[in-house]
Design a protein around this ligand. Structure first.
Ligand SMILES: *Cc1c(COP(=O)(O)O)cnc(C)c1O
Length: 321
């Protein structure tokens, strides 16, 4: 969907919770040659995995305390302000730059781009970041126009603007390289993409215990569920320590074969109760599938699709199929 532009990949935050090592390996063999991480520790985790012709960009740039790691790394910093530009200009090695086009998060302001320090850099990618690409709004074209006018003063090898949602805004947003993250991992930032993006992450949890609750029986901390009839309940080994946060209390859903198994009561740190009336054959040791369609799970929990992925804890076995 990036057209003639190369598709890079944001693999920061442990590849959005999927596991950065396995994810990077797979994206590399799918042809990805630009990886974006947040900091130098994340860069060091993938440096030895990627081919010599592959770029790693560190989005948070270089603080003074990063200089030692940065100068001994093959990753490039994304320089975000004039202080970082000055710090890097004495190093005489390639970098990327982030230009602020109105998000006002990280980035060099347009007025500073003409400085001699920026002119002296060896810039691979000059990029900016869209604040509202998941919405139809004026800010998208404003940022596009601001980007186009500010890069006329910048000597970079390549230009880049679009994240996942930005790719769906059309060819004008593509430039030389795109930087999807969320959509690589099954996230759907714009409705229009829903038929093109498939779910990637399918959490499952094992049943530790099955029990019968009589009508009027209460479940879990603070008795947030009371049975209106006799029912079969299973307790799963999963909880908010695994990123299944308390917003799923009385609203999340598991499945077994075709049967729906609603979450009942409050999510605990390591345990969840589900109603297994639709699959009464379930027993200790069986596995239930969590409904982790990101759009739906986001509505169930009040969490964003980003939070649903990056929150996935380290107790899961990550099994690639
Ligand atoms: C995280 C990030 C991305 C990826 O964004 P998605 O919305 O996940 O596609 C791209 N660019 C920058 C600068 C980022 O911080």
């Amino acid at each position: 969907m990036s057209g003639p532009a190369d598709a890079g990949a944001a693999v920061k935050a442990n590849a959005y919770g999927l596991g950065v090592i396995e994810t990077t390996r797979r994206l590399q063999s799918a042809g990805c040659r630009d990886f974006f991480v947040a900091n130098w520790r994340e860069a060091s985790e993938i440096e030895s995995l990627v081919d010599a012709d592959t770029n790693i960009s560190v989005l948070n740039g270089v603080r003074p305390e990063d200089m030692k790691a940065a100068t001994s790394s093959r990753a490039k910093p994304v320089l975000n302000n004039i202080e970082q530009v000055k710090r890097w200009s004495v190093i005489n090695r390639p970098c990327d730059i982030m230009i602020n086009t109105g998000m006002n998060r990280l980035g060099i302001d347009a007025a500073d781009l003409a400085s001699a320090d920026v002119g002296a850099l060896s810039i691979d990618i000059a990029m900016s970041h869209l604040a509202s690409a998941d919405e139809d709004c004026q800010q998208n074209s404003d940022q596009l126009n601001e980007f186009i006018s500010s890069i006329s003063a910048v000597a970079a090898k390549r230009f880049s603007l679009a994240n996942s949602a930005g790719i769906a805004l059309g060819t004008k947003y593509q430039f030389d390289c795109t930087r999807p993250g969320l959509s690589l991992y099954g996230g759907v930032p714009r409705n229009k993409l829903s038929r093109k993006i498939r779910q990637v992450v399918f959490p499952q949890a094992q049943i530790l215990q099955v029990r019968e609750i009589k009508s009027g029986g209460k479940i879990g901390y603070n008795a947030k569920y009371e049975a209106s009839h006799d029912m079969q309940v299973a307790i799963l080994a999963m909880g908010y320590a695994d990123g299944y946060l308390r917003g799923f209390s009385n609203s999340g859903l598991f499945r077994y074969e075709e049967g729906d198994l609603p979450v009942i009561g409050r999510i605990s740190m390591d345990l969840i109760a589900i109603d297994i009336s639709s699959a009464p054959q379930l027993k200790e040791g069986d596995w239930a599938s969590c409904d982790y369609d990101l759009v739906r799970a986001s509505k169930q929990s009040g969490l964003s699709q980003y939070e649903l992925l990056t929150g996935l804890g380290n107790r899961y076995d990550r099994i690639w199929v």
